[in-house]
Ligand binder design. Structure first.
Ligand code: SAH
Length: 192
């Protein structure tokens, strides 16, 4: 139940900010081709299959059971609150510049405040934390593993490209931002 509640809350947070941004978007340039939709579908199938099977009856995925201690699994409940609050904070900071696809919109602004102050991809980092939380809540390697594989594939295909697109759009402003921030975690040493 904690897993279903966490997953649905995450879904509604995303849907809320996605609709808000879509309404404000106006003209936008997209930087990912049709192959991106193919990738999404290919990776989504095992994830959705895992989620549906687990939602209906976890025993159907018993083969992926890890046998984590109960206390560790329960730690997934407070962690869910932390992750969901973090996702809300990140979405609110990114605001109308959010899209699930790589894009630059007409009135795109470079966000460098809040969670973006020291980290360039807090949303992607938060997704890994969500995957960890799902691992604890479900105790299932299949459910969490398929999500981690998708995330990692997206990271490998997108992050560098996303930074190039933002660098092209914002020039030196993004260059300076890159110099003072970390990709997924804050920099330990600040650039002089
Ligand atoms: N990679 C970011 C954002 C993911 S949402 C994160 O992990 O937090 C993807 C969209 O965010 C992309 O279309 C990109 O145009 C936009 N984006 C990424 N970083 C941004 C920033 N600092 N300011 C404004 N838009 C940004």
């Amino acid at each position: 139940l904690a897993f279903v509640a966490t997953f649905l809350t995450f879904f509604f947070i995303r849907a809320y900010w996605f609709r808000r941004a879509a309404r404000a978007r106006g003209a936008a340039t997209y930087h990912e081709g049709a192959w991106w939709n193919v990738v999404r579908i290919v990776f989504a199938v095992p994830i959705v299959a895992g989620l549906v099977l687990y939602f209906v009856d976890p025993s159907w995925l018993a083969g992926g059971r890890l046998g984590l201690p109960d206390a560790l699994r329960w730690a997934g409940v407070p962690l869910a609150f932390v992750v969901l609050a973090l996702v809300w904070w990140i979405q609110a900071a990114l605001g109308d510049n959010f899209e699930t696809r790589l894009h630059i919109r007409e009135h795109h602004t470079l966000v460098t405040h809040g969670p973006y102050r020291r980290v360039r991809h807090p949303m992607y980092a938060a997704f890994y934390l969500l995957a960890l939380d799902i691992l604890l809540l479900t105790d299932n390697a299949w459910v969490a593993g398929t999500i981690v594989v998708l995330l990692t594939a997206v990271m490998l295909m997108r992050v560098r490209h996303e930074e190039e697109v933002l660098l092209a759009a914002f020039g030196d402003e993004y260059g300076a931002y890159m110099a003072r921030t970390g990709r997924f975690l804050p920099r330990l040493r600040q650039a002089a």
